[in-house]
Design a protein around this ligand. Sequence first.
Ligand code: GUN
Ligand code: ZN
Length: 430
Amino acid sequence: MTQKTLLIGQTLAFTGDPFHDGIETARHDARGGILIENGMITATGTADDLRRAHPEAQITDYGNSLILPGFIDAHAHYPQTAMIASWGKRLIDWLNRYTFPEEMKFGDPVYANAIAKTYFDLTLANGTTTTTSFTTIHPASVDAYFAEAKSRGLRAIAGKTCMDRNAPADLTDTAQSAYDDSKALVGKWHGQDRLIYAITPRFSPTSTREQLAALGALWAEHPDCLMQTHLSEQTEEIAWVRDLFPEARDYLDTYEAAGLIGPGALFGHAIHLTDRERARLKESGASLVHCPTSNTFIGSGLFDMDGLMAEGQTIGLATDTGGGSSFSMLRTMAAAYEVAQLRGRALHPAELLWLATTGSARALRLDTKIGHLSPGYEADLVVLDLASTPAIAQRAARADTLWEAVFPTIMMGDDRAIRDVRIMGQSMTK
Ligand code: GUN
Ligand code: ZN
């Protein structure tokens, strides 16, 4: 007989998308239960009902803590772990001054392995159970990330970052080697355990048309892979793309011309979009990934969450470490709230929590596997202590509703709020 585990606490499950279906689609149980067997959620309901129906289950009672699907970071750069919070530059200077010198170190597999370990220690400590990462041009950087994720049983996404121009010589590949290396890495890692390969041109300024086309061809050969890149993050970057691709209708067109658009395409940032780009993104089934701590830290701009959601775009949430300034998806939700406020819209806590879980899962086309507290889903979970610091505790003590109780943790919480994190049902904190 399989071992059954019953987790008890406050639970929050989404039966719909709070942006379109309303806040009522969030189902809160003040005394809920999650039954886990063989790493999968097999039942949800009230703690009392589940306890009665499964008296043999081993129980962990988290009291008033809130059990959620684990956080899903839809865009990050694990090789930038050691240079996060580098001061004083905008995107292009920040890449040249801080990012590229650090990424050069990943030609050394020992260094890559050490940073991959640190990275997953940090993301798990922050309750993030799935990460989606860029790497460097070095295949060893991809091996380090996937090997570390595999050893921890994680669902993780990544791909070799490809660049064949406008970067230091030691940090460039070619159209052909990008294709060959990426293809070999797809064969080595894609679909192994819970790992997924994302074909990864860094962004149009660092790829020739030939490289973008080669990666478009590779994606056509492996359509079940994801494709990740950057789009319209800063105004100077967009002007540079216009100079480099005078034939293109706009920034998105540089990807479109190479076959790098469609379902499974993940476009990080997507702040300064034209009407044509918005229409084409929607029609193509691509996903946008909002990276709010990065957008404020590097001074990129204010993502139009409200307008993009209203027109039906698919949107995930992400840290973008180390352009982003935090490994915490709580801090990332807080920044998303602040960015939306600056555009005149107060995101509801239900919308923020949905974005960091179900929304990101949907953007990654993984919402039949992760991001829901429902039977049939992988039991990747985070348990939030809603009174993790004196400042949060005194505010939460005055709350009348779940939303008032959880919002101080969204706005002020960090890794101290992570009471537990479970990967396929197994606690990572014990
Ligand atoms: N655009 C191209 N590369 C990067 C990167 O590493 N970080 C961010 N924020 N934007 C990028
Ligand atoms: Zn990025």
